[in-house]
Design a protein around this ligand. Structure first.
Ligand code: FES
Length: 672
């Protein structure tokens, strides 16, 4: 007679299975099989993170029948937990419940250690939780006169971390804390991807029920945005943005570099301003989420090279001139105090993502991490558009990056009626190709201007970046502007909205009447947009040349601005290379997402560091072909590139106003 085999345990949803002797705790079985089941208290029935749901019945798929007796009854620890805290019906504590017979056990999503963070965009990569800081609740052995070891040494033994680094400041708190918790403490342990010894960040008496938090910061030239994120689930509990106070030292990056050059102490002044703003923003988020500053133990920061240097207190002067040398390009692991970030846990850690090059910063690295072109086959072009466009092109075989000086036109600057994206600004435009009559939508009003609900007394204040792109592209599609960017006269276009403006024409987009100014798109506006879009396109084409390709499969527009650009209009302008329209998408704030990924998963820090080493940098400023591409890209959409995908979906009228305009005006004068 052979002995009956040990009970078979099958975990769902992973499907992992194995045989274990009767009496084995379910958590032990899970660990041996590598099932993702959380435990903060090490199986002492305190944290309840290990909850599982045994299921009973016949499971043909798994070839087992699981009866109620397949799980042992509740022991005293589990009964006490159930009595005091209450277990959800059907749930058991995995560390206490034992295997008694063949069993199917479900691990609910909230008990999985490496939870997946749900993201809104279907094509976005999932974030798997595995932060650098974790909570660990332990029972520390009490002192014994006969075996005299220190409390700290016994804490390290209980944590099973003999090489734990403990800041000296903790030592004065350790003894009262251990006694207050009756020898039970919860430690916040930081252990990142670098292989450095684990570090004690904080300690609480007893079992700490509440999670830890981190800040993912996108430090932009104009705004500083931060997401306060739970380090157990990845959920964002508060998010906010403030204007970067450095704006008072210069609107754009180069003017801030010159401020540092012209004013002794200027770099330090800007450093203090940005650090104060960051600390204030962290404090506001902590208050909004009703937390204690100590709860926030980590921050990750992404920024462009100039902001990066100013934040670190490095004079950015070298970034203002060739060869655009960075003082440091690798990722940085810092203490919160190094950045005067006094409004989070004083022992908190800060990770700054690596910079790609002197013009392509940690923000671009974060975008690459978020969009992951290096993991896919399709050739992906990512453009993060601001006053500088940071462009990445490639796939899993090779990645290239450059930056291109687009200037501020895409942000509504240098545009006659341009303004920042704010209520009242035109953000969408459509022009009827027959009547040439435009209709608009403005920020803060959900209706098109030709709808009754738009209202008759709505004040329209100007045009924002996405609005000017649509306006110019629609003017091209409606035939009031030709491929060279010239606006035609009323005679030539058949629209009395085209009115003379000095030696050129301008197009009336919105007649303000009683409610506000008339809003025109001028020839100067078109020229500013042409310069900006040519710079962006030339950068993309340069990377395509370097890679030896004549097309891209996918285009991702990143950044706050990218989020609002219509792919079709961007292509009509020739801002981006031709691609199937359904393969042009917006990634929203991909830089901020990259910061959040690095916050939630420490392995992603190693990945972004490797990625940055792998990206080949291309310098646009010294490349003669950039100039050639720039000139050819001046036409709308382009002087020579055919744009077949675009032309298949959007007819572009073959109008020409240049010579005819001159003759027309001369004739009129002669007639007069
Ligand atoms: Fe903490 Fe089970 S592991 S209660």
């Amino acid at each position: 007679m052979t002995d009956a085999p040990d009970p078979l345990v099958i975990f769902t949803p992973s499907g992992k299975r194995g045989r274990f002797p009767a009496g084995t705790p379910i958590l032990t079985a899970a660990r041996q099989l590598g099932v993702d089941l959380e435990s903060v208290c090490g199986g002492r029935g305190v944290c309840s993170k290990c909850q599982v749901a045994p299921t009973f019945g016949e499971f043909a798929k798994h070839g087992v029948t699981s009866s109620e007796g397949a799980v042992g009854p509740m022991n005293a620890v589990e009964q006490r937990y159930d009595r005091v805290r209450g277990l959800i019906d059907g749930r058991r504590l995995g560390c206490q419940a034992t295997v008694q017979g063949d069993l199917v056990v479900d691990v609910p999503a909230d008990s999985q250690l490496h939870k997946q963070v749900v993201r809104k965009r279907a094509e976005a990569r999932t974030i798997t939780m595995d932060p650098a800081t974790r909570l660990q609740c332990v029972e520390v052995e009490q002192p014994d006169m006969h075996a005299p070891t220190g409390d700290l040494e016994r804490l390290k033994t209980a944590l099973a971390l003999p090489d734990l680094q403990v800041p000296p400041a903790f030592l004065s708190h350790l003894q009262p804390l251990l006694r207050k918790g009756n020898w039970q403490v919860t430690a916040a342990i930081f252990e990142d991807h670098t292989g450095a010894p684990p570090r004690l960040l904080d300690l609480w008496p007893g079992y700490r029920e509440t999670p830890l938090y981190g800040l993912a910061v996108d430090l932009g030239s104009t705004t500083i945005a931060a997401h306060l994120t739970r380090l157990d689930t990845g959920a964002v509990v508060a998010a906010s943005g403030v204007m970067n106070p450095q704006i008072r030292f210069g609107e754009d990056l180069m003017s801030r570099v010159s401020y540092a050059m012209m004013n002794p102490g200027g770099a330090a002044e800007m450093r203090d301003a940005v650090r104060t703003a960051l600390a204030d923003l962290a404090a506001a988020l902590v208050a909004e989420a009703d937390l204690d500053a100590r709860d926030v133990v980590e921050a990750t920061i992404v920024c462009n090279p100039v902001m990066h240097h100013i934040l670190l207190g490095i004079d950015p002067v070298e970034l203002g001139q060739a060869p655009f040398a960075l003082a440091v390009s690798d990722a940085l692991n810092l203490a919160a105090g190094d950045l005067d970030l006094g409004t989070i846990n004083p022992a908190g850690r800060v990770y700054i993502l690596p910079c790609i090059a002197g013009h392509v910063g940690a923000d671009a690295a974060a975008v690459a991490l978020s969009e992951s072109p290096h993991r896919a086959e399709p050739l992906t072009l990512i453009a993060d558009v601001g006053t500088n466009a940071e462009i990445i092109l490639g796939n899993k075989s090779k990645l290239l990056a450059c930056s291109s000086p687009t200037g501020p036109a895409f942000e509504g600057a240098q545009i006659a009626h341009g303004q920042r994206a704010a209520p009242g600004a035109i953000e969408r435009v459509e022009i009827n190709p027959e009547t040439k009559a435009p209709r608009i939508r403005i920020i803060g009003n959900d209706h098109w201007s030709d709808a009754e609900e738009f209202g008759t007394d709505t004040a329209v204040s100007g045009i924002c970046g996405s609005g000017i792109i649509e306006a110019v592209a629609e003017m091209r599609m409606a035939g009031v502007m030709d491929a060279s960017g010239l606006i035609g006269s009323a005679e030539q276009t058949g629209s009395d909205r085209c009115v003379p403006d000095g030696r050129t024409y301008k197009f009336l987009l919105w007649a303000g009447g009683e409610t506000g100014p008339d809003i025109y798109v001028t020839q100067g506006d078109i020229r500013a947009i042409q310069l900006a879009k040519s710079a962006l396109y030339a950068g993309a084409r340069l990377l395509m040349d370097e890679l030896g390709v004549d097309h891209v499969d996918r285009v991702v527009l990143a950044g706050a601005f990218g989020a609002h650009i219509s792919p079709k209009h961007a292509m009509v302008l020739g801002m981006i290379p031709d691609a199937p329209l359904d393969q042009v998408s917006s990634a929203g704030n991909a830089a901020g997402t990259g910061a959040r990924i690095a916050l939630c998963n420490k392995a992603m820090r190693a990945e972004v560091e490797a990625l940055v080493r792998q990206i080949q940098k291309v310098e646009t400023a010294i490349e003669p072909r950039f100039q050639e591409h720039f000139v050819a890209a001046n036409a709308l959409p382009h002087a020579s590139d055919p744009f077949p995908h675009l032309r298949a979906v959007t007819p572009l009228p073959d109008v020409q106003f240049n010579a005819a305009a001159g003759q027309g005006r001369r004739r009129r004068r002669r007639d007069g």
